[in-house]
Design a protein around this ligand. Structure first.
Ligand SMILES: [Mg+2]
Length: 307
């Protein structure tokens, strides 16, 4: 098993060296000496714990903690505050802002190790729980497993009530090129940002939007006809482009998505899988036609596509 990664943010090199000497055998450590560097490092992901100094010039530990807890990419990472301020008010403030624990300088190696081990263990349990809770770790949207179970339920409802059923696939355009150009942490950020944006459109209780894998997403909803569903997806595609995340691809200067979908009124005996394949074929067409577009079918006579 890989070592868990810990991010140490403290303006004092003496303190960070001391902490690293205590923890380096058991953990992989990254060190930042300002809150600003710490924030961007934390967003790059992969950390199981943050050790955060309270008193730093510029942005202090409390400000950074508030920022970390307000950021989708970092809010689940536990934070232990490090301080020499042996004052109950500071401890209260830190805990209220969402720190999981608090250690006071000068550090005792035994206490540091024990508290770090405890919170790393709790973080692992939390991750297991989130996996079982069917949430995709990177994006916070539904994961593949939840898609598998919920799409079947939506499909059954549509069959039972004779409602139009929509399934569509999304793909971030030229994502491999993005990763190659900007690096994997930036790529992860793009996946997460696009997922948040698209997911904000699927707010109804019966909507399902999930990460299907890699840079692919799937959405399922019930009750809209083919044409309005197509129009809805065009709005979403445009909203992603309007995020204006720089890309350097032949498709666009911005990060964009291709979307393919179908809307059908399912009949008894038909399989959801058939329409997932159709949606995937529409997505393939959207890519073949130049990407950053929506291609839609009613699985009968009509097909819509953006030029
Ligand atoms: Mg300090």
């Amino acid at each position: 098993m890989d070592k868990d990664k810990i991010l140490v943010i403290d303006d004092s090199a003496v303190q960070t060296e001391f902490l690293c000497s205590i923890l380096k055998d058991d953990y992989e450590l990254a060190v930042c000496h300002t809150a600003e560097e710490g924030l961007s490092a934390a967003k790059e992901g992969g950390f199981s714990l943050i050790l955060l100094d309270v008193v730093m010039p510029g942005m202090d530990g409390f400000m950074l903690l508030r920022e970390l807890k307000a950021t989708v990419l970092t809010k689940h990472i536990p934070v232990i505050l490090l301080t020499s301020l042996a004052d109950i008010q500071y401890e209260e403030r830190g805990l209220l802002l969402g720190a999981v624990d608090y250690v006071t300088k000068p550090f005792s190696p035994v206490i540091i190790r024990a508290r770090v081990n405890t919170h790393i263990q709790l973080f692992r349990y939390q991750m297991q729980y989130r996996e079982q809770a069917m949430v995709d770790e990177l994006t916070g949207v539904a994961n593949r497993r939840r898609y598998e179970s919920e799409s079947a339920a939506r499909w059954q409802e549509a069959v039972r009530f004779g409602l139009p059923f929509t399934i569509c696939m999304f793909d971030i355009d030229k994502f491999k090129l993005y990763n190659d150009t900007f690096g994997h942490p930036a790529g992860d950020k793009v996946i997460s940002t696009v997922a948040q944006k698209v997911s904000s459109f699927f707010w109804r209780a019966t909507d399902l939007f999930a990460r299907y894998g890699g840079e692919e997403f799937v959405a399922v909803f019930v009750g809209s006809e083919a044409r309005p569903s197509y129009e809805f997806m065009k709005t979403i595609r445009q909203a992603v482009e309007d995020l204006h995340i720089p890309h350097s691809s032949p498709v666009s200067q911005w990060v964009t998505v291709s979307i393919g979908g179908v809307t059908v009124v399912p009949k008894l005996g038909e399989q959801l899988e058939t329409y997932l394949k159709s949606a995937d074929a529409m997505l393939y067409d959207a890519k073949r036609l130049g990407r950053n577009r929506v291609v839609w079918s009613d699985h009968n006579t009509e097909q819509w596509r953006e030029d």
